[in-house]
Design a protein around this ligand. Structure first.
Ligand code: PAF
Length: 287
């Protein structure tokens, strides 16, 4: 148990709105960091940055059922509220919004949902149908409840980041999106709450994702074919890692780039390591 005071935990929408109204009336700005909990250093980079952006930080901890598919790990998703509150207390975060499912969805899943459109059905959305509609809908709700001036999202979930940014633009949501760089282990593995499901052997194998992305980035000057060959070469060498996709998308449209493409891009990789699905990405300039 930490010696720092824990954040105030607010469990109701009305309670959260009261806090926001109070802080805003006092002229303070607000930054929201939405999370599923099971916090790690990657999340702490968000709250650290949020402290530079705004007077008041709110971290939401809500394992949103509408973004999990029927055969996904909703029940297995790690829930570590005590540890999360200790960590956020140490970071000086004053408020945690931690509603129940009934509080967020009193009548069951909302009849109104935000569609992530075509990009929402690709890559992660192909394996997880409806996932991004669930994400966008809950993010819109969280923004409406906390009306922050700033919201932080991680580069680690590049597709989610793209779709949230587009939603904010498309719906004229008055919030500034702050992108937080991916925090990595020493061997390059991107921090994720799912890493805790890896056993020692799988954990070692998992670093191949960032190795492949590094190889892709190093090859970028030599063109798209070289990028793909470099990543595939690295990924093929690792047994126990089942590649789902490696693809290069246009930064602006998130659509796969055409043959011969030159310009800014994001390389995406997703793979299954044992039962655990991992994703990572790197921004690069294809020459
Ligand atoms: O990235 C996440 O942790 C979740 O998708 C989010 C943004 C908190 C929405 O539930």
């Amino acid at each position: 148990m930490s010696s720092h005071p824990r954040p105030q935990v607010i469990e109701t929408v009305a309670g959260m709105r009261d806090v926001v109204a109070h802080e805003r009336a006092a002229g303070r700005t607000i930054a929201l960091t939405p999370t599923l909990g099971a916090l790690h250093q990657g999340h702490l980079a968000h709250v650290e940055r949020a402290a530079e952006l705004a007077d008041v930080r709110i971290v939401s901890i809500f394992v949103n059922p509408t973004q999990f598919g029927a055969n996904e790990d909703l029940d297995k998703y790690p829930r570590t509220m005590d540890e999360d509150l200790d960590m956020l207390g140490e970071m000086g975060v004053p408020y945690v919004f931690a509603p129940s499912v009934e509080e967020m969805y009193p009548k069951g899943p909302t009849s109104t949902t935000i569609s992530a459109g075509q990009i929402g059905t690709m890559f992660e959305g192909k394996t997880r149908p409806g996932h991004f509609d669930g994400v966008l809908t809950v993010v819109a709700k969280l923004l409406a409840i906390t009306s922050p001036q700033f919201v932080t999202f991680g580069q680690k979930d590049a597709q989610q980041l793209f779709l949230v940014r587009r939603m904010i633009t498309d719906l004229n949501i008055p919030v500034q999106l702050e992108i937080i760089e991916t925090v990595r282990e020493e061997d390059g593995l991107a921090l994720s709450s799912r890493n805790q499901f890896l056993d020692a052997h799988q954990r070692e194998a998992a670093s191949i994702l960032s190795t492949a992305l590094n190889a892709a980035t190093s090859a970028a000057d030599s063109g798209l074919d070289a990028v793909i060959a470099a990543a595939q070469g690295a990924l093929m060498g690792e047994s126990g890692v089942e590649l789902d996709y490696f693809t290069v998308v246009d930064t602006d449209t998130f659509m796969p780039v055409p043959d011969g493409y030159r310009g800014p891009a994001v390389a995406l990789v997703a793979a299954r390591v044992g039962e655990t699905r991992l994703i990572d990405n790197a921004t690069l300039y294809v020459g």
